[in-house]
Design a protein around this ligand. Structure first.
Ligand SMILES: NC(=O)c1ccc[n+]([C@@H]2O[C@H](COP(=O)([O-])OP(=O)(O)OC[C@H]3O[C@@H](n4cnc5c(N)ncnc54)[C@H](OP(=O)(O)O)[C@@H]3O)[C@@H](O)[C@H]2O)c1
Length: 302
């Protein structure tokens, strides 16, 4: 019996097709990798198994991943240092996207810091720990984790636009933002991507995803699998079983089907999970299956 495509070994052209970051030369495979899980527990300190973390990155590149999402506040510094150790000098087609706007306390706490000096320091931390002269894409990360916080982002975004003018940043994105904050940022400098919380079970940004698609801007959902506690749903498990797939593969395939401007950065510290996640690009979902998956989102809204 032949294997279904999503169970076969992956190859680069199968990573969900590509999406170009607008106005740039960065053409990203739609299935990428989020590096946050490479740091230690609670994204603080070193991982217990550094060789395993390096192996995940080597496997990602071997599988054709050309988009890695990171931040210097993962660890802090640890995740970027692992990326550098594993991959520097970087493949020519690799786009590393980082984010600034927070720092870590000595106790591992997350401290929002969009001050001018905080942003400048964060950009330099990223440059140093990734061993780069310029960062491909930097997201200004504002707001809370579960939802954006309305209010002006003009001041911190202008600081990043200045650093872009200085040649330290090539392109800008924003994270945890509202459509109004996007419009405000766009009046200052072009925005190539938006990174907000979005997945099968959390669809507050449905209209925003569509609006960004119309503008040709990438939408990069964080927590695409549900985050530290991945999505659990009996309906999802049943659908996955009927497709000979895993629930995580179906959750990722749903995002790929949802809109062509969605770029995925599922996070994992495991080579096996990485392979499973990348193979989701080969999973075709029928209109009937997509309808059934909508019920999961509707249940969450109730
Ligand atoms: N902008 C922001 O505010 C923000 C916030 C959070 C995250 N992010 C970015 O988004 C990326 C993705 O988010 P995330 O890693 O937090 O969440 P996620 O991708 O939704 O899920 C990661 C979790 O799922 C598990 N997992 C991954 N693949 C799996 C599989 N095939 N089967 C079972 N479990 C699996 C991981 O554990 P294992 O390690 O055991 O696989 C981990 O616990 C991060 O790496 C980061 O770059 C951005």
């Amino acid at each position: 019996m032949s294997q279904p495509d999503h169970l076969k070994p992956i190859s680069a052209p199968s990573l969900g097709g590509t999406f170009p970051l607008p106005g740039t030369s960065h053409n990203l495979n739609r299935l990428g990798y989020g590096a946050m899980q490479l740091a230690g527990p609670h994204v603080f300190g070193p991982p217990s198994d550094r060789p395993a973390a390096l192996a995940v990155l080597h496997e990602a590149i071997a599988a054709g991943v050309n988009h890695i999402d990171t931040s210097d506040f993962y660890g802090p510094h640890v995740t970027n240092q692992i990326i550098r150790e594993a991959l520097h000098p970087y493949p020519a087609d690799l786009t590393i996207v980082t984010k600034v706007g927070a720092r870590r306390g000595d106790d591992g706490s997350w401290i929002m810091d969009a001050s001018r000096q905080g942003l400048i320091d964060s950009v330099h931390d990223n440059l140093r720990n990734l061993a780069l002269d310029a960062l491909d894409v930097v997201n200004l990360r504002v707001g809370g984790v579960s939802a954006p916080t309305p209010g002006s982002i003009a001041e911190p975004f202008s600081v990043l636009a200045e650093l872009q003018q200085q040649g330290l940043i090539r392109h800008l994105g924003i994270s945890n933002v509202t459509p109004e904050q996007l419009a405000e940022a766009q009046a200052i400098a072009p925005v190539v991507c938006v990174q907000n919380l979005y997945n099968l079970a959390h669809r507050t940004d449905d209209a925003f995803v569509d609006a960004l698609a119309q503008q040709g801007i990438a939408f990069v959902p964080f927590f695409p699998l549900g985050g530290f506690t991945p999505i659990q749903s009996s309906e999802l498990s049943a659908i996955a079983a009927s497709l000979d797939a895993t629930p995580m593969q179906v959750a990722l395939a749903w995002l790929l089907h949802r809109s062509p401007n969605i770029l995925l950065i599922p996070g994992t510290s495991s080579v096996a999970h990485l392979r499973e996640n990348l193979s989701a690009a080969n999973l075709q979902l029928s209109p009937e299956t997509l309808n059934s998956l909508d019920t999961i989102a509707n249940e969450q809204k109730r």
